[in-house]
Design a protein around this ligand. Sequence first.
Ligand code: PXL
Length: 301
Amino acid sequence: MVYACPMYKRNPVPRTAAIHDLSGFGRGSLTAVIPIMSTMGIQVCPIPTAILSTHTSGFENYHFFDFTNEMEKYIAHWKSLDIHFDAIYSGFLGSPLQVEIVERFIADFKNDRQIVVVDPVLGDDGATYDTITGEMVDRMKKLISCADVITPNVTEAALLLNEDPNLPAESFSVERIKNWFKRLSAFGPEIVIMTSIPIPDKPKLSSVVAYEKTSGRFWQVQCAYIPAYFPGTGDIFTSVITGSLLLGNSLPIALDRAVQFVSQAIRASFGHDYKLREGVLIESVLDNLRAPIINASYELF
Ligand code: PXL
């Protein structure tokens, strides 16, 4: 007989729904989310948004299978199972209609001991990704209002705020950055984390900043700017953030862990001779996710 104590309903390990595409080659989206969060001791339950032969950065003629028409039937089965999620985490969405499906999923599976993390995957380096249209950007503005945590890079933040995504590094004053954070949090989320923020006069560094609306505090971690573009680092970053928050880490520690892991993965990759579009070699650094943070480098911003 199962002992029916009040704790019995808790998930034995934290559980997240992960709503992302499955790109078969190139290490991004679900092929990064699942190994990273599993290594951190989180159960990942994927809902594929699209199935691609590769991600879209640096590959041509990839096969893209839009999973929109299957998602509702897939989710309907989950509803019949009375599943409880400790987190709902969404990333790349394959069509505007999917945004509505994700919004409905959040409404249907919401509970008050859960975090909803939306990574508004739209673009990078001043440009939108191949499959992202203006309509997708507009729908994403609605989706972020359902989230507790959002993690745009600086290009995505600009797109969501109707700002120029190609501003020069010198224009990122502390005042401008804080203004962007406050406007993004006004959409709804309690926590906004922005990556790849240029630091004026420090071209070799970039910064990652987190803003907590209720306390009004900003946290910053600076990291080396490595002159190579690896796709998928945003998915890796947000997976570590979500995992850390689920494990009970504070926001600045989650920030530190995510920056350190992405930096370790880039450093493990950079010296090898292979195509950047294949993504960072996460497999060689996954074990680091089980190590405690020894030297945190976050500071108030
Ligand atoms: O890493 C973001 C991402 C996710 N999914 C797909 C992508 C990209 C970026 O290129 O193409 C399919």
